[in-house]
Write a protein that binds this ligand. Structure first.
Ligand code: NAD
Length: 507
Protein backbone atom coordinates (compact mmCIF):
# COMPACT_ATOMS: atom_id res chain seq x y z
CA UNK A 1 0.00 0.00 0.00
CA UNK A 2 2.76 2.41 1.02
CA UNK A 3 4.76 1.76 -2.15
CA UNK A 4 1.70 2.48 -4.30
CA UNK A 5 1.06 5.73 -2.43
CA UNK A 6 4.64 6.81 -3.03
CA UNK A 7 4.43 5.89 -6.70
CA UNK A 8 1.25 7.89 -7.15
CA UNK A 9 3.05 10.84 -5.55
CA UNK A 10 5.95 10.39 -7.99
CA UNK A 11 8.35 9.08 -5.33
CA UNK A 12 9.86 6.00 -6.89
CA UNK A 13 13.36 5.79 -5.46
CA UNK A 14 12.27 4.64 -2.02
CA UNK A 15 15.09 3.57 0.29
CA UNK A 16 17.69 4.23 -2.35
CA UNK A 17 17.91 7.95 -1.94
CA UNK A 18 14.76 9.79 -2.88
CA UNK A 19 15.98 13.05 -4.35
CA UNK A 20 15.22 16.00 -2.22
CA UNK A 21 16.12 18.41 -4.96
CA UNK A 22 14.85 19.77 -8.20
CA UNK A 23 16.92 20.91 -11.16
CA UNK A 24 20.10 19.48 -9.69
CA UNK A 25 21.65 16.33 -11.10
CA UNK A 26 24.12 15.44 -8.40
CA UNK A 27 22.84 16.32 -4.95
CA UNK A 28 25.73 16.30 -2.54
CA UNK A 29 24.16 16.60 0.90
CA UNK A 30 23.79 14.19 3.77
CA UNK A 31 20.96 11.70 3.96
CA UNK A 32 17.87 12.11 6.09
CA UNK A 33 15.80 9.18 7.27
CA UNK A 34 12.05 9.57 7.14
CA UNK A 35 10.87 7.54 10.14
CA UNK A 36 7.35 6.33 10.87
CA UNK A 37 6.93 7.33 14.54
CA UNK A 38 4.24 4.72 15.06
CA UNK A 39 6.67 1.88 14.32
CA UNK A 40 10.12 3.42 14.58
CA UNK A 41 10.94 2.02 11.12
CA UNK A 42 12.44 3.98 8.23
CA UNK A 43 10.01 4.80 5.44
CA UNK A 44 12.60 6.20 3.05
CA UNK A 45 15.90 8.00 2.90
CA UNK A 46 16.03 11.46 1.40
CA UNK A 47 19.17 12.99 -0.03
CA UNK A 48 19.78 16.41 1.42
CA UNK A 49 20.97 19.63 -0.14
CA UNK A 50 24.72 20.13 -0.09
CA UNK A 51 26.51 23.46 -0.13
CA UNK A 52 27.00 23.47 -3.91
CA UNK A 53 23.36 22.51 -4.44
CA UNK A 54 22.26 25.32 -2.16
CA UNK A 55 24.25 27.85 -4.17
CA UNK A 56 22.67 26.63 -7.42
CA UNK A 57 19.18 26.71 -5.94
CA UNK A 58 19.40 30.25 -4.56
CA UNK A 59 21.15 31.60 -7.66
CA UNK A 60 18.42 29.95 -9.76
CA UNK A 61 15.72 31.41 -7.50
CA UNK A 62 17.13 34.89 -8.05
CA UNK A 63 17.07 34.38 -11.83
CA UNK A 64 13.52 33.01 -11.74
CA UNK A 65 12.41 35.99 -9.64
CA UNK A 66 13.58 38.39 -12.37
CA UNK A 67 10.97 36.85 -14.68
CA UNK A 68 8.23 35.72 -12.29
CA UNK A 69 7.79 39.21 -10.85
CA UNK A 70 6.83 40.48 -14.31
CA UNK A 71 3.92 38.05 -14.70
CA UNK A 72 0.58 39.78 -14.05
CA UNK A 73 -0.63 38.77 -10.60
CA UNK A 74 -3.83 37.06 -11.86
CA UNK A 75 -1.68 34.94 -14.19
CA UNK A 76 0.42 33.97 -11.18
CA UNK A 77 -2.85 33.14 -9.47
CA UNK A 78 -3.72 30.75 -12.31
CA UNK A 79 -0.58 28.72 -11.51
CA UNK A 80 -1.67 28.53 -7.87
CA UNK A 81 -5.18 27.52 -8.95
CA UNK A 82 -3.61 24.58 -10.79
CA UNK A 83 -1.49 23.76 -7.75
CA UNK A 84 -4.67 23.64 -5.66
CA UNK A 85 -6.24 21.27 -8.21
CA UNK A 86 -3.17 19.01 -8.15
CA UNK A 87 -3.31 18.92 -4.35
CA UNK A 88 -7.01 17.99 -4.50
CA UNK A 89 -6.12 15.04 -6.74
CA UNK A 90 -3.46 13.88 -4.30
CA UNK A 91 -5.25 14.73 -1.06
CA UNK A 92 -5.73 11.15 0.13
CA UNK A 93 -2.19 10.01 -0.68
CA UNK A 94 -0.49 13.12 0.65
CA UNK A 95 -2.67 13.06 3.77
CA UNK A 96 -1.67 9.45 4.42
CA UNK A 97 1.99 10.35 3.94
CA UNK A 98 1.64 13.17 6.49
CA UNK A 99 0.14 10.62 8.89
CA UNK A 100 2.90 8.09 8.27
CA UNK A 101 5.70 10.62 8.69
CA UNK A 102 4.35 12.73 11.59
CA UNK A 103 2.09 10.28 13.43
CA UNK A 104 -0.95 12.58 13.38
CA UNK A 105 -4.25 10.75 12.84
CA UNK A 106 -5.48 10.34 9.26
CA UNK A 107 -8.27 12.89 9.60
CA UNK A 108 -5.68 15.46 10.68
CA UNK A 109 -3.25 14.35 7.94
CA UNK A 110 -5.93 14.94 5.32
CA UNK A 111 -7.00 18.12 7.10
CA UNK A 112 -3.48 19.43 6.67
CA UNK A 113 -3.67 18.87 2.91
CA UNK A 114 -7.11 20.52 2.89
CA UNK A 115 -5.47 23.53 4.54
CA UNK A 116 -3.00 23.68 1.64
CA UNK A 117 -5.90 23.57 -0.82
CA UNK A 118 -7.75 26.29 1.11
CA UNK A 119 -4.63 28.45 1.02
CA UNK A 120 -4.34 28.00 -2.75
CA UNK A 121 -8.00 29.01 -3.20
CA UNK A 122 -7.48 32.04 -0.97
CA UNK A 123 -4.34 33.04 -2.87
CA UNK A 124 -6.10 32.76 -6.25
CA UNK A 125 -8.69 35.32 -5.12
CA UNK A 126 -5.97 37.43 -3.59
CA UNK A 127 -4.10 37.55 -6.90
CA UNK A 128 -6.77 40.01 -8.07
CA UNK A 129 -6.80 41.99 -4.82
CA UNK A 130 -3.26 43.13 -4.11
CA UNK A 131 -4.67 46.59 -3.56
CA UNK A 132 -2.87 49.74 -2.55
CA UNK A 133 -4.41 52.91 -1.15
CA UNK A 134 -5.07 56.19 -2.92
CA UNK A 135 -4.14 59.04 -0.58
CA UNK A 136 -5.33 62.65 -0.68
CA UNK A 137 -2.41 64.94 -1.53
CA UNK A 138 -1.98 68.30 0.20
CA UNK A 139 -0.61 69.73 -3.04
CA UNK A 140 -2.85 70.79 -5.90
CA UNK A 141 -2.81 68.67 -9.07
CA UNK A 142 -0.90 65.98 -7.21
CA UNK A 143 -1.95 62.37 -6.74
CA UNK A 144 -0.55 59.99 -4.11
CA UNK A 145 -0.97 56.26 -4.00
CA UNK A 146 0.64 53.11 -2.64
CA UNK A 147 1.55 50.13 -4.73
CA UNK A 148 2.90 46.74 -3.74
CA UNK A 149 5.75 45.06 -5.55
CA UNK A 150 7.23 41.57 -5.24
CA UNK A 151 9.97 41.29 -2.65
CA UNK A 152 12.37 38.65 -3.99
CA UNK A 153 13.16 35.01 -3.31
CA UNK A 154 11.68 34.19 0.10
CA UNK A 155 13.21 31.64 2.48
CA UNK A 156 10.67 29.43 4.26
CA UNK A 157 11.85 27.32 7.22
CA UNK A 158 9.19 24.97 8.61
CA UNK A 159 8.67 22.77 11.67
CA UNK A 160 7.91 19.04 11.76
CA UNK A 161 4.40 19.25 13.20
CA UNK A 162 2.77 20.93 10.19
CA UNK A 163 5.13 19.61 7.55
CA UNK A 164 3.19 20.93 4.55
CA UNK A 165 0.40 23.31 5.65
CA UNK A 166 2.77 25.99 6.93
CA UNK A 167 4.70 25.82 3.66
CA UNK A 168 1.40 26.44 1.85
CA UNK A 169 0.54 29.42 4.08
CA UNK A 170 3.76 31.01 2.91
CA UNK A 171 4.25 29.62 -0.58
CA UNK A 172 0.74 30.22 -1.97
CA UNK A 173 0.75 33.84 -0.83
CA UNK A 174 4.36 34.54 -1.75
CA UNK A 175 3.87 33.09 -5.25
CA UNK A 176 0.86 35.25 -6.13
CA UNK A 177 2.73 38.24 -4.67
CA UNK A 178 5.44 37.60 -7.29
CA UNK A 179 8.08 36.05 -5.02
CA UNK A 180 10.02 32.84 -5.54
CA UNK A 181 10.13 30.31 -2.70
CA UNK A 182 13.12 28.48 -1.23
CA UNK A 183 11.83 25.97 1.32
CA UNK A 184 13.72 24.19 4.08
CA UNK A 185 11.42 21.65 5.73
CA UNK A 186 12.10 20.00 9.06
CA UNK A 187 14.66 17.18 8.78
CA UNK A 188 12.07 15.06 10.64
CA UNK A 189 9.65 15.26 7.71
CA UNK A 190 11.65 15.26 4.48
CA UNK A 191 9.45 12.82 2.57
CA UNK A 192 6.23 14.84 2.55
CA UNK A 193 8.33 17.82 1.47
CA UNK A 194 9.71 15.91 -1.50
CA UNK A 195 6.19 14.74 -2.37
CA UNK A 196 4.93 18.33 -2.38
CA UNK A 197 7.91 19.42 -4.45
CA UNK A 198 7.11 16.70 -7.02
CA UNK A 199 3.56 18.04 -7.31
CA UNK A 200 4.94 21.55 -7.70
CA UNK A 201 7.40 20.35 -10.35
CA UNK A 202 4.55 19.11 -12.53
CA UNK A 203 2.54 22.32 -12.13
CA UNK A 204 5.60 24.47 -12.85
CA UNK A 205 6.47 22.43 -15.97
CA UNK A 206 2.90 22.81 -17.27
CA UNK A 207 3.17 26.58 -16.88
CA UNK A 208 6.79 27.21 -17.91
CA UNK A 209 7.68 28.65 -14.54
CA UNK A 210 10.28 26.14 -13.38
CA UNK A 211 12.25 27.40 -10.40
CA UNK A 212 9.29 29.10 -8.73
CA UNK A 213 9.17 26.52 -5.89
CA UNK A 214 12.49 25.19 -4.60
CA UNK A 215 13.33 22.67 -1.92
CA UNK A 216 16.42 22.46 0.28
CA UNK A 217 16.35 19.35 2.47
CA UNK A 218 18.67 19.79 5.40
CA UNK A 219 19.20 20.46 9.06
CA UNK A 220 20.03 23.55 11.06
CA UNK A 221 23.08 24.36 8.92
CA UNK A 222 20.96 25.02 5.80
CA UNK A 223 18.56 27.09 7.90
CA UNK A 224 21.45 29.17 9.25
CA UNK A 225 22.79 29.63 5.74
CA UNK A 226 19.39 30.90 4.60
CA UNK A 227 19.09 33.28 7.53
CA UNK A 228 22.45 34.83 6.63
CA UNK A 229 21.81 34.95 2.88
CA UNK A 230 21.27 38.50 1.61
CA UNK A 231 19.69 37.14 -1.56
CA UNK A 232 16.65 36.14 0.55
CA UNK A 233 15.11 39.46 1.68
CA UNK A 234 12.50 37.68 3.82
CA UNK A 235 12.94 34.65 6.04
CA UNK A 236 9.72 33.09 7.26
CA UNK A 237 10.65 30.78 10.14
CA UNK A 238 8.34 28.44 12.03
CA UNK A 239 9.61 26.53 15.04
CA UNK A 240 10.67 26.84 18.65
CA UNK A 241 11.25 30.20 20.35
CA UNK A 242 14.95 29.30 20.67
CA UNK A 243 15.21 28.81 16.92
CA UNK A 244 13.34 32.07 16.30
CA UNK A 245 15.75 34.03 18.50
CA UNK A 246 18.72 32.79 16.51
CA UNK A 247 17.12 33.29 13.10
CA UNK A 248 15.83 36.76 14.02
CA UNK A 249 19.28 37.88 15.21
CA UNK A 250 21.01 36.67 12.05
CA UNK A 251 18.42 38.16 9.70
CA UNK A 252 18.43 41.47 11.62
CA UNK A 253 22.24 41.48 11.35
CA UNK A 254 21.87 41.93 7.59
CA UNK A 255 18.78 44.17 7.92
CA UNK A 256 16.55 41.55 6.33
CA UNK A 257 12.95 40.85 7.28
CA UNK A 258 11.82 37.98 9.50
CA UNK A 259 8.35 36.49 9.74
CA UNK A 260 8.36 34.44 12.92
CA UNK A 261 5.81 31.80 13.97
CA UNK A 262 7.18 30.34 17.19
CA UNK A 263 6.15 28.38 20.25
CA UNK A 264 2.96 28.80 22.26
CA UNK A 265 1.83 28.12 25.82
CA UNK A 266 -1.88 28.39 25.32
CA UNK A 267 -4.60 28.59 27.94
CA UNK A 268 -8.35 28.15 28.26
CA UNK A 269 -10.33 29.85 31.03
CA UNK A 270 -13.49 28.08 32.17
CA UNK A 271 -15.83 30.26 34.20
CA UNK A 272 -18.87 29.27 36.29
CA UNK A 273 -20.99 30.67 33.42
CA UNK A 274 -19.60 28.17 30.91
CA UNK A 275 -21.40 25.45 28.99
CA UNK A 276 -19.32 22.62 30.45
CA UNK A 277 -20.19 20.00 27.82
CA UNK A 278 -18.92 22.32 25.11
CA UNK A 279 -15.86 23.15 27.17
CA UNK A 280 -15.03 19.48 27.78
CA UNK A 281 -15.10 18.60 24.08
CA UNK A 282 -13.03 21.62 23.14
CA UNK A 283 -10.46 20.96 25.87
CA UNK A 284 -10.07 17.36 24.73
CA UNK A 285 -9.32 18.25 21.11
CA UNK A 286 -7.10 21.17 22.04
CA UNK A 287 -5.05 19.29 24.64
CA UNK A 288 -4.91 15.76 23.24
CA UNK A 289 -5.34 16.26 19.48
CA UNK A 290 -2.13 15.93 17.43
CA UNK A 291 -0.61 14.35 20.59
CA UNK A 292 -0.12 17.83 22.01
CA UNK A 293 2.19 18.70 19.13
CA UNK A 294 0.49 21.83 17.82
CA UNK A 295 1.79 25.31 18.45
CA UNK A 296 -1.80 26.06 19.51
CA UNK A 297 -2.14 23.00 21.78
CA UNK A 298 -3.88 23.72 25.06
CA UNK A 299 -1.28 23.48 27.82
CA UNK A 300 -2.88 25.37 30.72
CA UNK A 301 -6.49 24.96 31.80
CA UNK A 302 -7.54 27.75 34.15
CA UNK A 303 -10.76 26.65 35.88
CA UNK A 304 -12.81 28.54 38.45
CA UNK A 305 -12.10 27.00 41.85
CA UNK A 306 -15.77 26.08 42.33
CA UNK A 307 -15.63 23.81 39.25
CA UNK A 308 -12.11 22.47 39.40
CA UNK A 309 -12.70 19.08 41.07
CA UNK A 310 -15.80 18.13 39.11
CA UNK A 311 -14.29 19.23 35.79
CA UNK A 312 -11.07 17.31 36.53
CA UNK A 313 -13.14 14.18 37.18
CA UNK A 314 -14.92 14.57 33.83
CA UNK A 315 -11.61 15.12 32.08
CA UNK A 316 -10.07 12.00 33.62
CA UNK A 317 -13.02 9.93 32.42
CA UNK A 318 -12.74 11.41 28.93
CA UNK A 319 -8.97 10.82 28.83
CA UNK A 320 -9.50 7.17 29.77
CA UNK A 321 -11.79 6.66 26.77
CA UNK A 322 -9.32 7.94 24.17
CA UNK A 323 -8.15 5.21 21.80
CA UNK A 324 -4.36 5.24 21.38
CA UNK A 325 -2.86 3.41 18.42
CA UNK A 326 -1.70 3.44 14.83
CA UNK A 327 -2.77 6.85 13.56
CA UNK A 328 -4.04 5.51 10.21
CA UNK A 329 -6.56 3.19 11.95
CA UNK A 330 -10.19 4.36 12.17
CA UNK A 331 -11.26 5.39 15.67
CA UNK A 332 -7.75 6.15 16.91
CA UNK A 333 -7.52 9.65 18.40
CA UNK A 334 -3.97 9.57 19.71
CA UNK A 335 -0.95 8.49 17.68
CA UNK A 336 2.72 8.67 18.63
CA UNK A 337 5.01 11.57 19.43
CA UNK A 338 7.47 12.43 16.67
CA UNK A 339 10.55 10.68 18.09
CA UNK A 340 12.29 9.22 21.11
CA UNK A 341 13.64 12.61 22.15
CA UNK A 342 10.11 13.99 22.39
CA UNK A 343 9.16 11.11 24.73
CA UNK A 344 12.22 11.79 26.90
CA UNK A 345 11.38 15.50 27.05
CA UNK A 346 7.81 14.75 28.10
CA UNK A 347 8.89 12.40 30.88
CA UNK A 348 11.50 14.93 32.06
CA UNK A 349 8.86 17.67 32.17
CA UNK A 350 6.63 15.43 34.30
CA UNK A 351 9.52 14.76 36.69
CA UNK A 352 10.03 18.50 36.99
CA UNK A 353 6.32 19.04 37.56
CA UNK A 354 6.34 16.53 40.43
CA UNK A 355 9.42 18.13 41.97
CA UNK A 356 7.82 21.58 41.72
CA UNK A 357 4.70 20.47 43.60
CA UNK A 358 2.48 19.18 40.80
CA UNK A 359 0.37 16.05 41.06
CA UNK A 360 -0.21 13.73 38.11
CA UNK A 361 -3.95 13.04 37.97
CA UNK A 362 -3.82 10.58 35.06
CA UNK A 363 -1.47 9.34 32.35
CA UNK A 364 2.24 10.12 32.47
CA UNK A 365 3.71 6.91 31.08
CA UNK A 366 5.32 5.71 27.88
CA UNK A 367 3.46 2.82 26.25
CA UNK A 368 5.21 -0.52 26.02
CA UNK A 369 5.05 -0.96 22.24
CA UNK A 370 7.19 -0.02 19.24
CA UNK A 371 7.18 3.62 18.24
CA UNK A 372 6.93 6.71 20.43
CA UNK A 373 3.60 6.41 22.23
CA UNK A 374 2.69 8.11 25.51
CA UNK A 375 -0.41 8.48 27.62
CA UNK A 376 -2.15 11.86 27.56
CA UNK A 377 -1.50 13.42 30.93
CA UNK A 378 -3.31 15.70 33.35
CA UNK A 379 -1.32 17.47 36.05
CA UNK A 380 -2.74 19.44 38.94
CA UNK A 381 -0.39 22.44 39.13
CA UNK A 382 0.16 26.06 40.17
CA UNK A 383 0.67 28.96 37.79
CA UNK A 384 4.01 29.87 39.38
CA UNK A 385 5.65 26.48 38.76
CA UNK A 386 8.53 27.08 36.27
CA UNK A 387 7.60 24.05 34.17
CA UNK A 388 4.10 25.46 33.56
CA UNK A 389 5.69 28.46 31.88
CA UNK A 390 7.53 26.26 29.37
CA UNK A 391 6.22 24.76 26.16
CA UNK A 392 6.70 20.99 26.36
CA UNK A 393 5.71 19.64 22.96
CA UNK A 394 3.65 16.70 24.28
CA UNK A 395 0.13 15.97 25.60
CA UNK A 396 0.54 17.41 29.10
CA UNK A 397 -2.29 19.58 30.40
CA UNK A 398 -1.72 21.60 33.58
CA UNK A 399 -4.85 22.25 35.63
CA UNK A 400 -4.83 25.62 37.42
CA UNK A 401 -7.54 27.34 39.45
CA UNK A 402 -8.63 30.95 39.88
CA UNK A 403 -11.02 33.01 42.03
CA UNK A 404 -12.01 35.98 39.88
CA UNK A 405 -11.76 36.78 36.20
CA UNK A 406 -8.99 39.35 36.62
CA UNK A 407 -6.86 36.68 38.26
CA UNK A 408 -7.68 34.20 35.48
CA UNK A 409 -6.64 36.70 32.80
CA UNK A 410 -3.47 37.55 34.72
CA UNK A 411 -2.55 33.84 34.85
CA UNK A 412 -3.37 33.46 31.16
CA UNK A 413 -1.09 36.38 30.27
CA UNK A 414 1.70 35.52 32.71
CA UNK A 415 3.81 33.40 30.34
CA UNK A 416 6.39 34.54 27.78
CA UNK A 417 4.52 33.12 24.80
CA UNK A 418 1.42 34.77 23.32
CA UNK A 419 -0.14 32.60 20.65
CA UNK A 420 -3.65 31.24 21.32
CA UNK A 421 -6.18 31.70 24.13
CA UNK A 422 -9.84 31.02 24.85
CA UNK A 423 -12.58 31.54 27.38
CA UNK A 424 -15.65 29.39 27.95
CA UNK A 425 -18.54 31.44 29.26
CA UNK A 426 -22.13 32.31 28.38
CA UNK A 427 -21.69 35.69 30.05
CA UNK A 428 -21.37 38.51 27.53
CA UNK A 429 -19.58 40.63 30.11
CA UNK A 430 -16.95 37.97 30.80
CA UNK A 431 -16.45 37.30 27.08
CA UNK A 432 -16.07 40.97 26.25
CA UNK A 433 -13.68 41.50 29.15
CA UNK A 434 -11.53 38.65 27.84
CA UNK A 435 -11.52 40.19 24.35
CA UNK A 436 -10.90 43.76 25.54
CA UNK A 437 -7.55 45.56 25.71
CA UNK A 438 -7.17 44.39 29.34
CA UNK A 439 -8.01 40.81 28.35
CA UNK A 440 -5.98 38.20 26.48
CA UNK A 441 -2.59 39.37 25.21
CA UNK A 442 -2.42 36.67 22.53
CA UNK A 443 -2.57 36.83 18.75
CA UNK A 444 -5.61 34.53 18.85
CA UNK A 445 -8.46 34.97 21.35
CA UNK A 446 -11.53 32.71 21.14
CA UNK A 447 -14.85 32.50 22.94
CA UNK A 448 -16.46 29.09 23.39
CA UNK A 449 -14.06 27.29 21.07
CA UNK A 450 -10.70 25.79 21.95
CA UNK A 451 -7.21 27.11 21.27
CA UNK A 452 -6.47 24.71 18.40
CA UNK A 453 -7.70 24.54 14.83
CA UNK A 454 -7.59 27.96 13.24
CA UNK A 455 -9.22 28.70 9.87
CA UNK A 456 -7.02 30.09 7.12
CA UNK A 457 -9.18 33.20 6.59
CA UNK A 458 -7.76 34.95 9.63
CA UNK A 459 -4.19 36.13 10.10
CA UNK A 460 -2.43 33.46 12.17
CA UNK A 461 0.31 34.20 14.67
CA UNK A 462 1.15 35.35 18.15
CA UNK A 463 2.71 38.05 20.29
CA UNK A 464 5.66 38.18 22.69
CA UNK A 465 8.01 35.19 22.35
CA UNK A 466 5.74 33.66 19.72
CA UNK A 467 7.44 36.10 17.38
CA UNK A 468 4.80 38.60 16.24
CA UNK A 469 4.42 37.19 12.72
CA UNK A 470 1.10 36.82 10.92
CA UNK A 471 0.53 34.32 8.14
CA UNK A 472 -2.31 32.88 6.03
CA UNK A 473 -5.44 35.06 5.74
CA UNK A 474 -6.52 38.68 6.25
CA UNK A 475 -3.77 41.04 5.05
CA UNK A 476 -0.86 38.69 5.87
CA UNK A 477 0.13 38.90 2.17
CA UNK A 478 1.68 42.31 2.81
CA UNK A 479 4.67 40.64 4.48
CA UNK A 480 5.66 39.15 1.13
CA UNK A 481 5.69 42.44 -0.80
CA UNK A 482 7.42 45.79 -0.64
CA UNK A 483 5.31 48.91 -0.33
CA UNK A 484 6.00 51.84 -2.59
CA UNK A 485 4.50 55.30 -2.03
CA UNK A 486 4.13 57.19 -5.31
CA UNK A 487 3.30 60.85 -5.95
CA UNK A 488 2.48 62.17 -9.41
CA UNK A 489 2.47 65.85 -10.25
CA UNK A 490 -0.05 66.46 -13.01
CA UNK A 491 0.25 70.27 -12.89
CA UNK A 492 2.61 72.96 -14.12
CA UNK A 493 3.72 74.14 -10.65
CA UNK A 494 6.13 72.52 -8.20
CA UNK A 495 4.66 73.13 -4.74
CA UNK A 496 6.65 71.61 -1.87
CA UNK A 497 5.12 69.65 1.02
CA UNK A 498 4.51 71.45 4.33
CA UNK A 499 4.46 74.77 2.40
CA UNK A 500 8.26 74.87 2.20
CA UNK A 501 9.49 77.51 -0.22
CA UNK A 502 12.69 77.00 -2.19
CA UNK A 503 12.76 79.42 -5.04
CA UNK A 504 15.66 80.74 -7.03
CA UNK A 505 15.46 84.54 -7.00
CA UNK A 506 14.65 86.06 -10.36
CA UNK A 507 17.15 88.69 -11.53
P1 NAD B 1 12.56 23.49 15.76
O1 NAD B 1 12.75 24.86 16.27
O2 NAD B 1 13.40 22.40 16.31
O3 NAD B 1 12.82 23.46 14.16
C1 NAD B 1 12.01 24.20 13.26
C2 NAD B 1 12.78 24.40 11.96
O4 NAD B 1 13.85 25.30 12.19
C3 NAD B 1 13.42 23.14 11.40
O5 NAD B 1 13.34 23.16 9.99
C4 NAD B 1 14.86 23.26 11.88
O6 NAD B 1 15.78 22.51 11.08
C5 NAD B 1 15.08 24.75 11.75
N1 NAD B 1 16.12 25.33 12.61
C6 NAD B 1 16.42 24.99 13.89
N2 NAD B 1 17.39 25.79 14.37
C7 NAD B 1 17.69 26.67 13.38
C8 NAD B 1 18.61 27.76 13.27
N3 NAD B 1 19.44 28.11 14.27
N4 NAD B 1 18.65 28.46 12.11
C9 NAD B 1 17.81 28.14 11.10
N5 NAD B 1 16.93 27.11 11.14
C10 NAD B 1 16.88 26.38 12.27
O7 NAD B 1 11.01 23.15 15.93
P2 NAD B 1 10.25 21.76 15.71
O8 NAD B 1 10.59 20.83 16.82
O9 NAD B 1 10.41 21.28 14.30
O10 NAD B 1 8.72 22.25 15.86
C11 NAD B 1 8.09 22.47 17.08
C12 NAD B 1 8.10 23.94 17.45
O11 NAD B 1 7.56 24.73 16.40
C13 NAD B 1 7.22 24.23 18.66
O12 NAD B 1 7.86 25.17 19.47
C14 NAD B 1 5.96 24.80 18.04
O13 NAD B 1 5.20 25.59 18.92
C15 NAD B 1 6.54 25.58 16.91
N6 NAD B 1 5.55 25.83 15.86
C16 NAD B 1 5.02 27.09 15.77
C17 NAD B 1 4.03 27.35 14.84
C18 NAD B 1 3.40 28.71 14.73
O14 NAD B 1 2.75 28.97 13.71
N7 NAD B 1 3.54 29.59 15.71
C19 NAD B 1 3.60 26.33 13.96
C20 NAD B 1 4.18 25.07 14.08
C21 NAD B 1 5.15 24.84 15.04
Amino acid sequence: MFTEVLQRLGLNAVNSGTRGLTSIDQPTGSRFASVNPATGTTLATVVGTGEADYEQIVAGASRTFATWRTWPAPRRGEVIRQLGQALRQHKADLGLLVTLETGKILSEGEGEVQEMIDMCDFAVGLSRQLHGLTIASERSAHRMFEQWHPLGPVGVITAFNFPVAVWAWNAALAAVCGDVIVWKPSPQTPLTAVAVQKICDRVMADNNCEGLFNLCVGDVSIGERMAADRRLPLISATGSCAMGCRVAATVAGRLGRSLLELGGNNAVIITPQANLDLALRAVLFSAVGTVGQRCTTLRRLIVHESLADSFATKLRQAYASILIGDPWQPGVLLGPLINDRAVTQMLAALDNARQQGGEILCGGRRLDRPGFFVEPTLVSAHANMPIVREETFAPILYLLTYRDLDEAIAIQNSVEQGLSSAIFTDSLTEAETFLSARGSDCGIANVNIGTSGAEIGGAFGGEKDTGGGREAGSDAWKAYMRRQTCTINGGRELPLAQGVRFEIPTT
